[in-house]
Design a protein. Sequence first.
Length: 584
Amino acid sequence: MAYKRVISIIGVGPRGGFALENLIHELKNNNCLSQIQVLLFEATGNFGNGQVYETNQPKSNWINITERNLNLEKRDAIATAEIEIPSFPSYHEWASKDYTTIAKTVADTFPPRASVGEYLQQRFNSFITPLVKATIVSVIKERVVEIQMDQHRKLEITTHANTYTAVDEVLLTIGHQPTKLSEQIAKWNSFAATKKNIRLFKSPYPITDFLNDEKLTDKSTIGIRGFGLAMIDVVRGIALKFGEFIPENEETKSCKYQTDYDLTDLLIPFSLDGLPPAPKPLNAEIDDLFKPTDEQLSTFEKKIGNDSTQKSATSPQFLIRAFAPIAAKIYSNLPEANLQDLSVAEIEDVIEKWLNDTTYEHPILISINQSAEKTMQDFVDMATGKSTVSLDYCVGQVWRHCQPTIYTELSYNACADEVFADIIALDEKSKRYSYGPPVESIQQLLALVEAEVMNLEMVNNPTIELSDKGWNFELNGKTAIADIMIDSVLDAPKIEAVDSPIIKNMLSNDLIEAVHDDLGVATDENGYVISSQKNTEIPIAVLGRLAKGTIIGVDAILECFGTRPQVWATEAVNRHLKRLQYTI
């Protein structure tokens, strides 16, 4: 029997599924598909879509990218002597959305994550069925807890149920992982464990955990830690349990909240700064106002991608200075902008100061001192083209359009680790604007505030004390008590804080190391782990969140279907061919 090398992919959500597609294509193109065995591990059983795009989750969980921009390309057919895999349509074809014929003035849509999950699941199943039948791929619904490497660089994969030996390579694409509890949540967890009348939910997902809990009633008061995108899913899910949103204006997506219950102060969100996310522009026509030209993006790419510039950088200032002229020019050309008679150069200066310090105040910026409700309304008016655009809103939208270039040019860069950590922190700060929700989501929050169902009086860093009744909030002389607490803050991928067995064991086995104290695994440009031991090659690759620190821009679904899985697959097959030569 011919020798077969074994490659394993651990974590087969969208990124792992696309990596598999690319691997099989590369193997077929190099005529070595019969000399491989692929083991796929996905603990949730959601092969192809993963937990984030689980198909049975509530429809109240929306994706955060416009359907217009959900460019998941078609998959070509593969035909060999061993297998015949059919092609699969692009997402737009599958969803019967032809954006070449849809007017730019039509409001963008943001489908439920479950619907996108259906596409991903169908795409995966149509691909995997012939491969399983041909015994090229094995699908394993087990949670991997440990990976070990022997002296011959063969890997052993241990799950809760079995051990798989003589594995030649592993690709790790496991996405969000549990982390050690923060000091605050650990304290709350110990507190809640002793009380029968209160509940603490340490994660916003799956939201059915609290929606179906007997303690969640119309008499509850629910504290929600965090004021971002996950908070919106939590709020919408709970709101729809007790009532409905009635559309009022299709042009602005404004709505009313209607319920038969007395829900006063049902929801109390809070965060360290109390600043709400900014919604994306309503439609393509408004969004186009913030798009850089091809020439601007080309110049930007050359500036930030320059190797010597990256090596000499002591801060993210080189990125900020390359970006500011683009945003300043776009802002000065907006049909509705609060220019205050400032020159483009003066606007650039404000942009630089604000990106370096988002507490910086200026008349053309939205003040961080105004109420969250007013800020949300101001952002909605800007996003729908109904009011003058503030500079911070403009900068956030321009940054979003520049992110693909930033992610391409600054992944695997020549910057010092500290500088790259600061660049990632800068991009994370931008996400309040660049990763903003649909306009409709913010309108729903405003409707809940108007209906007095959501209380924003505690939103900006309240004092919280524990009592027999629950969580006691106090801010500016006002108080509230929550008997249910939901933590909607999703932890950053700080590898040292990850609490899953597979990562803890890989760290202790010296198979991976952090690129920086606050970031993820060190990998090379092909995704393979960089060993701390010189001249030691570790046959493990990492794509996605856990590599954050070597790469930037990992969470969005478009990144799952981006170039990185393709680059990994090419290198994996190159390594495969070299190893096969040694066995002939």
